[in-house]
Design a protein around this ligand. Structure first.
Ligand code: GMT
Length: 377
């Protein structure tokens, strides 16, 4: 099949998932064309069957805000026509699904691709439900040939919020588990041998509640010699720095910024803390589980489909610092139980969220759409 992909190329989960899916599809012999504004975060090296096309933005004094979406739609349409793309996979409804539809409608009826829109979470919970984007998000979903959501929670939330009269299919996110095997942990660079390593990975947006991480860590550090390793960049980083200073634990925390090889960092952790306000899926808990690291997360959104409470990690209520700290201390104080939890986590990832299993579901969906007669519009 010939598949086009648009995604946000930054270090966010939707871009990572889109890139990993593109790579997996190319390895299965399909041809994949990415159309983005800059190189996707995890697509820096040359790979067979993958082509990257970048959108050029015109600068003209009349345009106070350059019409980026129109440039993207135009590029999608050009690439789709030139390479006979059959499926356009838009990751994140706004603006990607809307742009793919516009691109499709610019093409002649016989050369049109089918649009698959994958909802990742914030496109529905924050962006799509903002009044300024509501109608176009609903339109984009209704006009796509298929809509998928990365968790059952997001699926239900989308149908409730948008009152859709078309089905949304859940296709969970996945991992290439082999990438998380056999990494030499670099823990001696992060902490002394007697210290436990607590890790948090995110884009430091308000929804991630990074100051909760610092507060939970303060409680852990009072009982257990430990270090907090913060991975990622984003608007709330300075709030975390400020809270750590107030609490007198600034010297116990390292901020590593964005890191490409998360699979070599996560195995260094004894515990990962992800206290998000809500999370439609939670790729970081999944990555931690793949590395046999227990996770303390929140009982919110799709995280409950990722972490099995008490088995592969612990779920607490959003903002319940006491519970998160107490449960974290219990895990860190019982290395055998922590190891069992880590192994159960890795087993769960292999069983339910493996690349082969999930990519096969996308492939089957594309095939189904390509073989269906084109709806006359
Ligand atoms: O979490 C973010 O702010 C990034 C966002 C994105 O669009 O990149 O992540 C969303 O998509 C990920 C991949 O499907 C999910 O694992 C995250 O849970 C989801 N984030 C939220 O729902 C807050």
């Amino acid at each position: 099949m010939i598949i086009g992909v648009t995604c946000h190329p930054s270090a966010g989960g939707s871009g990572i998932l889109a890139t990993e899916l593109g790579i997996a599809l190319a390895e299965r012999g399909h041809t994949v064309h990415f159309v983005t504004f800059e190189p996707p975060f995890r697509l820096q090296e040359f790979r067979d069957n993958i082509f990257s096309h970048y959108v050029q933005l015109p600068s003209y004094p009349l345009f106070r805000f350059p019409p980026m979406s129109l440039a993207l739609a135009t590029k999608i349409s050009e690439i789709a026509e030139e390479f006979s793309v059959q499926i356009w996979h838009a990751h994140y409804a706004i603006p990607h699904a809307a742009c793919a539809l516009l691109a499709r409608d610019m093409m002649s009826a016989e050369s049109r691709f089918r649009v698959v829109t994958t909802l990742h979470g914030t496109d529905i919970t924050l962006v799509g439900s903002d009044p300024s984007f509501y109608r176009i998000t609903k339109y984009a979903m209704e006009q796509s040939e298929a809509v998928t959501a990365v968790s059952d929670w997001l699926n239900a939330e989308t149908r409730r919020e948008f009152n859709l009269d078309k089905p949304v299919r859940t296709i969970h996110n996945f991992l290439d588990v082999s990438k998380f095997d056999n990494h030499t942990p670099c823990r001696e660079k992060l902490a002394s041998p007697n210290e436990k390593i607590i890790m948090h990975v995110s884009n430091f947006r308000p929804v991630k509640r990074v100051t909760d991480v610092v507060r939970v860590f303060r409680r852990i550090n009072e009982e257990i010699p430990s270090r907090l390793i913060m991975v990622g960049e984003g608007p709330e980083r300075m709030s975390a720095v400020g809270v750590a200073k107030q609490l007198g634990i600034a010297d116990r925390i390292k901020y590593l910024g964005n890191q490409e090889n998360i699979e070599s960092l996560l195995p260094c952790a004894d515990l990962v803390i992800q206290p998000s306000e809500h999370e439609s899926f939670g790729l970081v808990p999944l990555e931690a589980m793949a590395c046999c690291v227990p996770v303390v997360g929140t009982r919110s959104g799709g995280i409950v489909e990722v972490i099995e409470d008490g088995v592969t990690g612990i779920l607490c209520e959003v903002g319940d610092i006491d519970a998160m700290a107490t449960r974290s201390i219990a895990i860190l104080s019982d290395p055998e139980a922590a190891q069992r939890m880590g192994q159960m986590g890795q087993h769960r990832v292999r069983e339910r969220f493996s690349r082969d299993r999930i990519v096969g579901q996308y492939e089957a969906l594309y095939e189904e759409l390509i073989s269906a007669p084109v709806a006359v519009k």
